[in-house]
Write a protein that binds this ligand. Structure first.
Ligand SMILES: O=C(O)CCC(=O)C(=O)O
Length: 328
């Protein structure tokens, strides 16, 4: 499939105020499925875990990339393929929502075609540095959130010679989000997405290829909807006019759609969450519409990131059939 799929059936889930395209799907799984996945992740034997950064733990399923960015495949565990059959469900969901043809799907050409799943576990106060997942993967990833909310920050690159950008930081280009890649990024994120438990966030196209994503190391978040002016936002970032914020992504400047919180850390200064209208939680949506916003301590959160490595090592003990690992 040369072109990236589009998702006409997900138009209503497309997150506004962001470059194309992020999609937020509330309640993708049930509470029972969430509990089961969390238990299985927790029960995973110690050797499968890797600890990075400030103690964040992660697991790779489906294999890891070689130095040449080729996936060295390994079997997926039952809890991702059988009960719940979450990999098949996400692939089928993206196939149905996209413009890939039935013929493509019958030939095993899925919109995504998941062959790797990355599990991240964040304790309160832990995050992941801004990073790109990189060109080894199809520029379409889906992340399922479990256990707690978090706020995903989207960042953009700036030229180091840009006159007085808000601040610059070093981008990470490493999939584990820990090693510096040396490119300058704007320290104030381009936008934020509130990820509630059981939601699926799909990151695609330009938002995947030309931007970075990360999670600030906070133990508490305060969020407001676009257009809500709070003292903290207006005070530190300058006057934010609701009418301008509501104008839509393309017409907005960075200062207009983001928070004033360039310092990260444990503060709970409000961030403007671009997906405020997509949460399917009237209680949270109404709190977001107030100047005080919606404040929540972070709990332990696990995320499952489903992606497709484009190049897979062939001819090993296992072969890829229909995007899934099966014994050869
Ligand atoms: O936990 C998340 O939502 C993001 C994970 C992530 O960025 C990654 O694994 O590359």
């Amino acid at each position: 499939m040369a072109d990236l799929p589009r998702f006409p059936l997900l138009d209503k889930q497309r997150v506004p105020h962001l470059p194309p395209a992020g999609y937020y799907v509330a309640d993708f799984i049930t509470e029972e499925e969430e509990a089961l996945l969390l238990r299985k992740i927790d029960e995973t034997p110690q050797p499968k875990w890797k600890t990075v950064g400030t103690g964040r733990r992660l697991q790779y399923w489906g294999g890891t990339l070689s130095k040449k960015n080729v996936l060295v495949p390994e079997p997926m565990p039952d809890f991702l393929t059988a009960f719940p059959e979450i990999i098949q469900r996400i692939d089928a969901f993206l196939d149905i929502a996209s413009d890939v043809t039935d013929k493509d799907v019958q030939e095993g050409k899925h919109a995504l075609g998941i062959n790797q799943v990355l599990v991240n576990e964040y304790k309160p106060g832990q995050g992941i540095a801004p990073h790109e997942d990189g060109p080894a993967f199809r520029p379409l990833v889906a992340t399922l959130s479990l256990g707690s909310h978090t706020v995903l920050d989207l960042h953009h690159y700036v030229s180091p010679t840009t006159p007085s950008p808000p601040m610059v930081a070093t981008a990470s280009l490493d999939p584990e989000g820990e090693e510096g890649g040396g490119k300058a990024i704007a320290a104030v994120p381009l936008g934020h997405v509130l990820l509630l438990p059981r939601s699926l966030f799909v990151l695609s196209g330009n938002l995947y290829q030309s931007h970075l994503h990360g999670i600030a190391e906070r133990d508490k978040d305060t969020c407001v909807a676009p257009g809500v002016v709070t003292e903290a936002v207006a005070g530190a970032g300058g006057e934010v006019k609701a009418a301008e914020v509501d104008a839509g992504a393309e017409g907005l400047s960075v200062a207009e759609i983001t928070d004033a919180d360039a310092d990260g850390g444990g503060s709970a200064r409000p961030v403007v969450v671009a997906n405020a209208a997509l949460l399917a939680r009237p209680d949270i949506e109404s709190a977001l519409a107030n100047a005080e916003g919606w404040t929540r301590e972070r709990g332990t959160r696990a995320s499952l990131t489903f992606r497709r490595a484009e190049r897979v090592l062939k001819g090993g003990a296992f072969s890829m059939i229909g995007g899934r690992m099966q014994r050869a």
